[in-house]
Design a protein around this ligand. Structure first.
Ligand code: NZQ
Ligand code: ZN
Length: 381
């Protein structure tokens, strides 16, 4: 087991009717900025619940944080926050609203341009406390300090370590209104968060392996039930908790992580604005195939424990496991090849050139260099 430091300060408030707790969790002397996406919360009643809970608080609103939140939009919110001396933020929506609000949080008391903060998080100083009311299980943003921000002008999408939410409220009923596609990409994203921290090498920690496999097994078990009935409170609760537990640090203690699929997928999204979970599904199988020489033993363990693949040679088990994973993405209605989304050679060349220019080395052994990225993308065509 590797050395590690674990600390997660976010309070998790989970269950039916819990949005009302906003009133108790935020002192009434705070000047609150509520942040929102494009309006889904007005249709599903979440906005009314938030307003009702905070009826005795001093609140302003900022609307329009888009999926793959952009620094261009967030500069406006930051200006509003500075102007009004906001000292508490509540993100109401999915991971994009949460991530965007994390940038607002670290930028309000900061004189640097927000993009400078994203690209150089050492510039982060004092942050404004932020909380989330989550409506989409996927990113884990509700219980981690990460934020992923896009820059439209430069066609970049960059993850950075920002700030943990003080608390997050997760009411599974808020997910009943999600479009099927968002549920599908949320499941794919959750699966990949587990994989990036699990599919490296065997034997580092049997406990972490089993926690990770527990999330994977749960996802595989609940997916058809959710597809059958998205208003099943128990199944949506399980999905929501899987998504949070997949990326709040609990499964990564003392083990290596990879994150190459995410880093390559961010480049695809930056160029094509494809939804995050969809971009991941385009890359992951090819990455497994190209890296099977290194990840083979862990792929076999994953295949045995999650998909019950127990017969055949090692190579056959690896191939069956990758095929099963692909089949799972397809059962979610997601594309698994770049050509299905008309992503062509020009994009592959651009992405490879970016990794080459940055000298980026991805993967648990830092051996996924630009030429390996090229192999992965060529195989994903
Ligand atoms: O904008 P509104 O109108 O609210 O609609 C949203 C949006 O169109 C809609 N939606 C959300 N909750 C809903 C709902 N529609 C109906 N009912 C509900 N209950 O769903 C659409 C997508 O929302 P978005 O927030 O973009 O999705 P998600 O939560 O998947 O977030 C994706 C972003 O998070 C980043 C991704 O890269 C992407 O930018 N990630 C953040 C991570 C983190 N902070 O740790 C890790 C992830 O790997 C990921 O990179
Ligand atoms: Zn992700």
């Amino acid at each position: 087991m590797n050395n590690f430091l674990f600390q997660n300060p976010t309070k998790l408030i989970f269950g039916k009717g819990q949005i009302a707790r906003l009133a108790k969790e935020i002192p009434t002397d705070k000047k609150i900025l509520l942040t929102f996406g494009g309006g889904s919360v007005k249709q599903n009643g979440v906005y009314d619940q938030v307003k009702d809970a905070l009826k005795n608080h001093n609140c302003m609103e900022f609307w329009g944080i888009e999926p793959n939140p952009t620094v261009e939009t967030l500069r406006k919110a930051i200006a509003l926050g500075k102007e009004n001396q906001i000292d508490f933020l509540v993100a109401v929506g999915g991971g994009s609203v949460s991530d965007g609000t994390k940038l607002i949080s670290v930028a309000i008391w900061n004189e640097n341009d927000p993009w400078d903060i994203v690209t150089n998080p050492k510039k982060i100083g004092k942050s404004v406390p932020m909380a989330t009311v989550l409506t989409l299980p996927a990113t884990g943003s509700e219980m981690n300090k990460n934020s992923v921000i896009s820059n439209t002008a430069t066609a970049e999408k960059i993850p950075f370590a920002a700030v943990y939410p003080t608390f997050s409220i997760l009411d599974p009923e808020t997910t009943f209104s999600l479009p099927k596609f968002q549920v599908a990409v949320g499941i794919a994203d959750t699966l990949l968060h587990v994989m990036e921290q699990y599919l490296t090498t065997t034997g580092q920690s049997p406990l972490m392996d089993r926690w990770a496999e527990g999330i994977l097994q749960t996802l595989v078990e609940i997916t058809p039930k959710i597809q059958n009935n998205q208003h099943d409170y128990e199944q949506m609760s399980n999905f929501m908790l899987c998504a949070t537990m997949a990326l709040n640090g609990f499964i990564s203690m003392g083990v290596s992580s990879d994150w190459a699929t995410h880093r390559i997928a961010h480049e695809i999204t930056a160029l094509h604005n494809t939804t995050h979970g969809q971009s991941l599904a385009l890359i992951f199988s090819s990455l497994m195939r190209v890296m099977a020489h290194q990840k083979g033993a862990k792929i076999v363990q994953y295949g045995e424990r999650v998909w019950n693949i127990t017969t055949g040679s090692t190579d056959e088990k690896i191939e069956k496991t990758i095929a099963k994973t692909d089949e799972f993405f397809r059962s979610l209605g997601l594309a698994t090849k770049l050509s299905e989304l008309n992503i062509g050679q020009d994009s592959i060349d651009k992405i490879v050139a970016r990794f080459k220019a940055n000298g980026t080395k991805l993967g648990e052994n830092e051996n996924i260099t630009f030429d390996v990225v090229k192999q992965i993308l060529e195989l994903a065509k």
